[in-house]
Design a protein around this ligand. Structure first.
Ligand SMILES: [Zn+2]
Length: 246
C-alpha cells in the first residue's frame, strides 16, 4: 500500500455506514480521487471540519494497487469556505462547478492546469461573491478549453478562413464554428461581441475577467451562458458518465 500527499479541493461527500464518508475531491497530483474517510462523522475525529465541501486541503492518503477508492489518512485545511456556508447562491454555484469537474475529469489523471483554474475560480467567487455568475461562465469556458471542447473562435473550422470583425459565424451541431457559407444555414449564430467576450475569458484570470464582465451587456452575458450550456450539454451527452456507485 502506497502513501501519497497532494493538495486537493473537496467537491462532494456521501455518508457511508455509521461513521464514515466517501469524499470526492480534485487533487493536484492525481486528478479526481474518491476516498473513504473512516470515522469522520464521530464527534471527535482526526479530520475535524476539513472534509466540508469546497475546502482546499492538503491530503495524505493510502492507495492499494489497482484500487480506485483510496483511504484518507490525514487532512489539513489550507483554506476553509466556512464564511460562505450561509450563502445559498455561492453554494449552488460551487456545487455546479464541482459536478462539472466530476463529470469531466477521468479518475486518477492529474491535470495541473485544470486544478489551478478550478482553484482560482473558487477563490475569485469566494473573494467577491457578487461576481459569481461571471466566474461560472469563465469556469465553463476554461473547462471546455482545457478538455479540448471549446471551438476555435478565430477561423472557420471547414474552410480555415479567418473571421473578420462583424462577420456572422455559426456553431455547428458538431461543435465547430463555421462561416456563413460553410454552415449551410445550420447551427446557432455566435455574435462578434460574444466572440470578443470569450476571447477576454481566454486571456485573463477569473477575478480580472469578472471585473471586466461588469461592463458587459446583459444580452452578451446571456448569449455566453446559452453557448456554454449548449456545448456542455452536447459534450456530456456523448461522454461516458463517471458516477460514484453509492
Ligand atoms: Zn468557412
Amino acid at each position: 500500500m502506497a502513501v501519497f500527499e497532494t493538495e486537493a479541493l473537496i467537491l462532494r461527500s456521501y455518508n457511508l455506514a455509521e461513521a464514515d464518508k466517501i469524499v470526492v475531491c480534485l487533487s493536484r497530483s492525481a486528478g479526481l480521487i474518491r476516498g473513504v474517510a473512516k470515522g469522520c462523522r464521530k464527534l471527535k475525529n482526526r479530520f475535524g471540519a476539513a472534509l466540508e465541501p469546497f475546502t482546499f486541503i492538503n491530503l495524505t492518503y493510502y492507495q492499494k494497487e489497482n484500487q480506485e477508492l483510496v483511504s484518507f489518512r490525514q487532512v489539513e485545511i489550507l483554506k476553509s469556505r466556512f464564511n460562505l456556508s450561509s450563502n445559498a447562491s455561492i453554494l449552488t454555484g460551487f456545487a455546479y462547478m464541482g459536478d462539472l469537474l466530476i463529470d469531466f475529469s477521468p479518475p486518477h489523471q492529474a491535470n495541473d492546469n485544470l486544478f489551478r483554474m478550478a482553484l482560482a475560480c473558487f477563490e475569485a467567487a469566494s473573494e467577491t461573491p457578487a461576481d459569481l455568475e461571471a466566474v461560472l461562465r469563465y469556469f465553463e469556458v476554461w473547462l471546455l478549453k482545457l478538455e479540448g471542447f471549446l471551438p476555435d473562435l478565430r477561423v472557420c473550422a471547414k474552410c480555415q478562413k479567418g473571421f473578420s470583425g462583424d462577420e456572422a459565424v455559426y456553431l455547428d451541431p458538431d461543435l465547430s464554428i463555421r462561416c456563413l457559407q460553410c454552415s449551410n444555414g445550420r447551427g446557432g449564430g455566435v455574435s462578434n461581441r460574444l466572440r470578443l467576450h470569450l476571447r477576454t475569458a481566454e486571456k485573463l484570470s477569473p477575478a480580472k475577467f469578472a471585473e471586466e464582465a461588469r461592463a458587459v451587456s446583459k444580452d452578451t452575458k446571456r448569449e455566453m451562458a446559452e453557448l456554454t450550456f449548449q456545448i456542455i450539454g452536447r459534450v456530456l451527452e456523448r461522454m461516458p458518465r463517471v458516477r460514484p456507485a453509492s
